[in-house]
Design a protein around this ligand. Structure first.
Ligand code: NAD
Length: 542
């Protein structure tokens, strides 16, 4: 086709309500019933080929850990190397393919997810990651649809960015893919991130080896199949689950490693970066390293804040998805004058929270992801119960007989540097410090300096001067900063997401900034009238 195609204008995918009697509720319930009762096999997918290794890992429901949803075949070192070969073979055509053809694959995937695949992927996220219908809908359906559609538009804007040309020449920029493969390592907590980390580099012409999280295998596998249905050529994204240290060790030893697209904990990311640093001489180029990592997200209220709005933001921000959002509110600073009202409102709401199997739509919370998370969080709670100066105002209990359930927990501390104010717990635990009203400025300094992370944060105030002071004092304390709103729920195209300090490279998933990391521009100058004489005019005798 000759002509410059216009990209369809993206819009945010509307969030369906799943109210009683709605057609989407009936479809989702049917998918849940069907999928809860089956145990599927999940192969490794390399070069479009499904490989069953026989070494299987069980995928279970966190809220009902005896229920085996899938058996996932694990890859070994040899298969990981095969994925490198398959990606190299796919690279030749894919990296040279026209943008419209690559874009069409992902625009089609977006429409498949918004339509026929929606209930399957949402049900898989609910059953496999213990999200409620609403939390699954905003993640695995809407956010991923948005990533896929908006990224195509961001890519177009990158390609349109071209240099000036002086007379008698034409300057151009070609946005090449990276020369090699991108290694995408994805976390358990957002199906949308599972889908975005491999597809964002692929959209820019790269080939990818995707290692999903073993606790998000069910939803991530359905995404992989959906990308194939959308026309993704074999080998462009290779899907390989396996022991994570082995997969990383094998891939980071490859000369063709061109990039790492990671989301997960800070410690794992630091280890990957360190290994790349040690092997720099060995790579064909400098690998692009993009990592969005941990958080210890704050909410700080000024005495002028609206106490009701603050209480709701704290409850939703801290307990939705069991506090397992990287953006979850996990430390709060409330002035003494507001505290009695906020406390009463929060305790009333927490008492109303229902927790259990997410197939019962009345539940606001499910279980935490696995035994390891359960033990980590309950360890902190056990210690908190023993420590002086720590009061558990709500929750604190846990039960793991059917699923890994931890009650929504509210802790008040007298020491604002107590460990649960500093460490990322990644569970339904909010720690709160009540400060004297007169210490607003000092409290802002405390918020800024308490944790190594800088992912999300929120300030509540009605006083404009207080908001301006917080805005300046907390400038580097959060990459996503909220005013009179909870610190969770970023929407693609509206609040590009990512943090700095120990929270990552802040390349803002779902924005033009992220896609820029996956291209290697080539500048071309074409001279229409090349000189024919090597001498310059100044060299002539007068
Ligand atoms: P995780 O670090 O345990 O795992 C992330 C991925 O890394 C998984 O695929 C895992 O299998 C793999 N992995 C684990 N150990 C590894 C190793 N030694 N070598 C190579 N790969 C390894 O994180 P998680 O529990 O899946 O997710 C929760 C974390 O992710 C939290 O810290 C959260 O804050 C963070 N997170 C951050 C963002 C963000 O945008 N900043 C978004 C979501 C989650």
């Amino acid at each position: 086709m000759s002509g410059t195609a216009n990209i369809p204008q993206p819009h945010n995918e509307p969030v369906l309500a799943y109210a009683p009697g709605s057609p989407e509720r009936a479809t989702l319930k049917a998918a849940l019933d069907r999928m809860a009762d089956e145990t599927i096999e999940i192969p490794v997918i390399i070069g479009g080929e499904e490989i069953r290794t026989g070494n299987q890992h069980s995928v279970v429901s966190p809220h009902e850990h005896r229920r085996v949803l899938a058996k996932a075949h694990q890859g070994d070192e040899q298969l990981v190397r095969r994925a490198v070969t398959a990606s190299r073979e796919a690279w030749r055509e894919w990296s040279a393919m026209r943008f419209e053809d690559r874009a069409a694959v992902f625009l089609k995937a977006a429409d498949l997810l918004a339509g026929p695949w929606r209930a399957t992927v949402n049900a898989a996220t609910m059953l496999g990651q213990s999200k409620t219908a609403y939390q699954a809908e905003i993640d695995s359906a809407c956010e991923l649809v948005d990533f896929l559609r908006f990224n195509v538009q961001f890519a177009e804007r990158i390609y349109q960015e071209q240099p000036r040309s002086a007379p008698q020449m034409w300057n151009r920029m070609e946005y090449r893919s990276l020369e090699g493969f991108v290694y995408a390592i994805t976390p358990f907590n957002f199906t949308a991130i599972g889908g975005n980390l491999p597809t964002a580099p692929a959209l820019m012409g790269n080939v990818v080896i995707w290692k999903p999280s073993h606790t998000a295998m069910l939803s991530n596998y359905y995404l992989m199949r959906m990308f194939e249905e959308a026309g993704l050529p074999p080998g462009v994204i290779n899907f390989i689950q396996g022991e994570s240290v082995m997969v990383s060790r094998t891939l980071l030893a490859e000369r063709g490693l061109a990039g790492i697209h990671f989301t997960g904990s800070t410690a794992v990311f630091n280890g990957l970066w360190r290994t790349v640093g040690e092997r720099l001489d060995h790579y064909a180029g400098y690998p692009r390293i993009v990592g969005e990592t941990g958080g210890k997200d704050f909410v700080v209220a000024h005495p002028s804040a609206d106490g009701d709005a603050l209480a709701v933001a704290l409850v939703r921000g801290a307990y939705e998805y069991q506090g397992q959002k990287c953006s979850a509110a996990s430390r709060a600073y409330v002035p003494a004058s507001l505290w009695p009202h906020v406390k009463e409102r929060m305790l009333a709401m927490i008492a109303e929270i229902r927790m259990g199997d997410v197939r019962d739509f009345r539940n606001f919370m499910g279980a935490v992801i696995d035994k390891r998370a359960y033990e980590r969080i309950t360890g902190y709670l056990a210690q908190a119960k023993r420590d002086p100066g720590v009061t558990i105002l709500a929750g604190g209990g846990a039960k793991d007989d059917t699923g890994w359930f931890i009650e929504p927990t509210l802790i008040q501390v007298s020491d604002p540097k107590y460990r649960t104010m500093c460490d990322e717990l990644f569970g339904p635990v909010l720690t709160l410090y009540v400060y004297p009203d007169a210490k607003w400025t000092e409290t802002l300094a405390l918020v800024d300096s308490t944790s190594p992370y800088a992912l999300t944060g929120a300030v509540f105030a009605r006083d404009r001067k207080a908001l301006a002071e917080a805005d300046a004092a907390l400038r580097h304390a959060a990459g996503n900063y909220y005013v009179n709103d909870k610190p969770t729920g970023a929407v693609v195209g509206q609040q590009p997401f990512g943090g700095a300090r120990a929270s990552g490279t802040n390349d803002k998933a779902g924005s033009i900034l992220n896609l820029l990391r996956w291209v290697s521009p080539r500048t071309m100058k074409e001279n229409f009238v090349p000189p024919k004489d090597f001498r310059y005019p100044f060299m002539a005798e007068a």
